[in-house]
Design a protein around this ligand. Structure first.
Ligand SMILES: [Zn+2]
Ligand SMILES: [Zn+2]
Length: 364
């Protein structure tokens, strides 16, 4: 959409602020129209809870069919990945207090549910803080939420294998992110309080489910790797009875929850880490924070992240709207975003380590 010259000339001026206002107004208007046309949309809590219950029911049905050998593994993985992608959208909406804002019990019940069925992700109550911070400083060094998903890194084997694996990826990039946070506190860019919150997320955000599930996953990989090697070299290897007994519950857990979630997270993180710009985004300039990825070749990823590449940029402009309404307003939203100069399908981001400008390719 934008030529190189246009890309280089864009800057955060009152012009971009004006463009942001125009987009916001149009998107809010489109939401209003949809809500007026379909009055049942006002039952937001009920709709959210219905999507929540139905998705969980479908995950349980898929698991039961698989355990009864009526559903093949591949169908199970695709089915659970799809239904958990709805739970991811619900989690994000819940983080923004979109459902049961005044009913703490129901709100927290849903928060717990979307975590248990997506157990490879960090605790949503902890994620809330880093997600709000993401909205404040998207694309800058302290945007730990997106950086944790490889946003801003040069393409490499490391980026590929850590895109879905939050624990391994987190360990590999912990030192550099820590240094950037300390620098940001020193320069006054980040408050000490916020830095301490990040520390809390790092220490406790994966307890207990997430950490346990990652260890089970690594144990599973190590076990089958040993069996595989022993087989190739025809070594007489026999797993102990203890391990054989553990594999009886680990195998179905890996099939039902771990692999589908890692696959879903790969699709989501691939899309999100490339649709957010990083490193040279002017703080607070929404026009530069994201692009829209909605070409047909992204469809295999979009199926398992509920069209995230197409609709997340809209969320940066209008935060307080549910994910399903965004699907309805996307056409109108995209039209005004395109008119105002938001980028669409800027594949150059893959070569620029997600930098917004061409001349700042050299990432740290
Ligand atoms: Zn958000
Ligand atoms: Zn975002």
């Amino acid at each position: 959409m934008n030529t190189t010259a246009e890309i280089a000339s864009t800057s955060f001026t009152s012009n971009d602020e004006q463009k942001t206002k125009v987009i916001r107004k149009e998107v809010q208007l489109a939401s209003k129209e949809i809500r007026a046309r379909f009055p049942f949309l006002k039952h937001q809590n009920a709709i959210g809870f219905f999507i929540f219950s139905f998705s969980i029911a479908m995950i349980i049905v898929s698991a039961v069919l698989y355990l009864q050998e009526k559903m093949p593994l591949l169908v199970l993985v695709l089915s659970v990945a799809f239904w958990t992608s709805l739970l991811h959208e619900l989690e994000h909406d819940l983080i923004h207090f979109m459902y049961f804002k005044k009913n703490k019990f129901m709100h927290n019940l849903m928060m717990l549910g979307v975590w248990i069925f997506r157990p490879m992700t960090i605790n949503p109550w902890f994620r809330r803080d880093i997600h709000f911070h993401h909205h404040r400083v998207s694309g800058t060094k302290t945007d730990v939420e997106e950086r944790g998903l490889t946003n801003g890194e040069k393409w490499s084997f490391k980026r590929l294998i850590t895109i879905a694996d939050l624990l391994f990826g987190g360990i590999l990039r912990a030192a550099i992110i820590r240094k950037d946070i300390i620098d940001a506190v020193k320069s006054g860019e980040l408050t000490k309080e916020q830095a301490l919150n990040f520390k809390k997320v790092k220490l406790y955000g994966m307890l207990p489910f997430t950490l346990a599930l990652y260890f089970i996953w690594y144990f599973f990989l190590a076990h089958y790797f040993i069996v595989f090697i022993a087989d190739i070299f025809q070594l007489n290897y026999q797993s102990s009875t203890f391990i054989t007994n553990q594999m009886k519950w680990i195998n179905p857990l890996v099939a039902i929850l771990i692999i589908p979630n890692l696959f879903r997270m790969f699709c989501l993180h691939f899309i999100t880490s490339n649709m957010h710009y990083y490193g040279d985004v002017e703080s607070g300039n929404i026009m530069q924070q994201t692009q829209v990825l909605n070409k047909w070749y992204f469809i295999p990823f979009q199926i398992f992240c509920f069209n995230f590449g197409s609709t997340h940029a809209i969320h940066h402009f209008v935060v307080n709207e549910t994910f399903y309404i965004r699907q309805f307003t996307a056409t109108k939203a995209h039209k005004v975003m395109q008119e105002q100069g938001v980028r669409f399908n800027d594949l150059g981001t893959f070569a620029r380590a997600n930098r917004y400008y061409i001349h700042t390719i050299n990432p740290a």
